[in-house]
Design a protein. Structure first.
Length: 309
């Protein structure tokens, strides 16, 4: 979908000024419906809305509503006013629809754009998830001598799945929706990870008992790839999930586990590591910042979609 060149040029300039780690701003998505608005000075701003529907057996339900409307804004250098006017137009555009309870409105936007944050908050959107990055050298926290870290094996599947489900249930209280079939949705990905010759899944054991795991992957951000819209070009370590059993959260297991994961990624030539965490989660929002991560993109959401103001 085309938008005015002057607006897109201003959009790219804004992104470049907000955060030096942001990749060059991506063009509008090809598919979607256009929403237009204008500031009091008559400057046009534009957005493209895409809708995604997820069935009951789709893995994205672990972190997403079943019916998602995502806005891709292009506000140039109009700041809070431009984003405010575009969100108003989106709400009017939404007025003809009747989204159900398991629905959301989503905007993914650079985390450091304080002017846009003001508009998001005024329209009822909250920071539901953040893509955070870790680059350069960092001082690793001392390892816990009482913790042993090893690669997971296929026979660890039941323990790993049980921990993953317990963490999903916890996050369901503070961020994403709780899904009763979380175990069935999580199982295939964990089985696939454990089936690899050298699985990127590490376990932390304390006194011989499995107490935490970290699941990761290698991701390449290359020109034209979907990853290049979010990350600088390079070879990145992706931390998909880090889980600690409920009774031992906050005891240093995650810190010790991640010191091993980071060292292995660094040794294998990663340009950096990244992950998604929930800003509303009182554990992860503290833990990941201490590990050297900082938000690059924030996903602003409102549930249900009809609650957009």
């Amino acid at each position: 979908m085309d938008i005015e060149k002057t607006l897109f040029d201003a959009h790219r300039t804004r992104f470049a000024a907000i955060d030096r780690l942001l990749p060059e701003a991506a063009p509008p998505p090809v598919a979607g419906e256009r929403v237009d608005a204008a500031t009091s000075a008559g400057i046009q701003v534009t957005g493209v809305v895409q809708r995604q529907l997820h069935g009951p057996d789709d893995v994205p339900l672990l972190w997403s509503a079943a019916d998602v409307r995502q806005l891709f804004p292009f506000i140039g250098n109009t700041g809070t006013e431009g984003m405010d006017m575009l969100l108003r137009a989106w709400r009017t555009w939404m007025g003809a629809e009747s989204p159900g309870e398991d629905s959301s409105c989503v905007v993914n936007w650079p985390s450091r754009d304080a002017e846009a944050i003001r508009a998001f908050l005024d329209h009822g959107l909250v920071p539901m998830s953040a893509l955070a990055v870790r680059t350069g050298s960092h001082r690793e926290e001392p390892a816990d001598d009482g913790v042993a870290v090893r690669r997971a094996r296929p026979d660890d599947f039941e323990d790993v799945l049980a921990m993953a489900v317990s963490t999903h249930d916890y996050i369901g209280q503070v961020a994403t929706r709780h899904r009763s079939n979380a175990g069935a949705l999580l199982a295939p990905g964990l089985e696939l990870a454990l089936d690899k010759d050298v699985p990127l899944l590490w376990l932390a054991e304390r006194r011989g008992e499995i107490a935490a795991f970290a699941h990761a992957a290698w991701i390449a951000s290359t020109p034209g790839s979907a990853e290049a819209e979010l990350l600088p070009h390079g070879r990145w370590g992706y931390v998909n999930n880090v889980v600690t059993v409920p009774g031992q959260r906050g005891s240093g297991l995650g810190r010790t586990l991640m010191s091993v994961v980071h060292k292995e990624f660094d040794a294998d030539g990663a340009d950096g590591t990244y992950l998604y965490y929930n800003p509303t989660n009182p554990l992860s929002s503290v833990f990941w910042h201490r590990q050297g991560y900082r938000p690059l993109w924030t996903s602003w959401e409102v549930h249900p979609a009809s609650a957009l103001r």
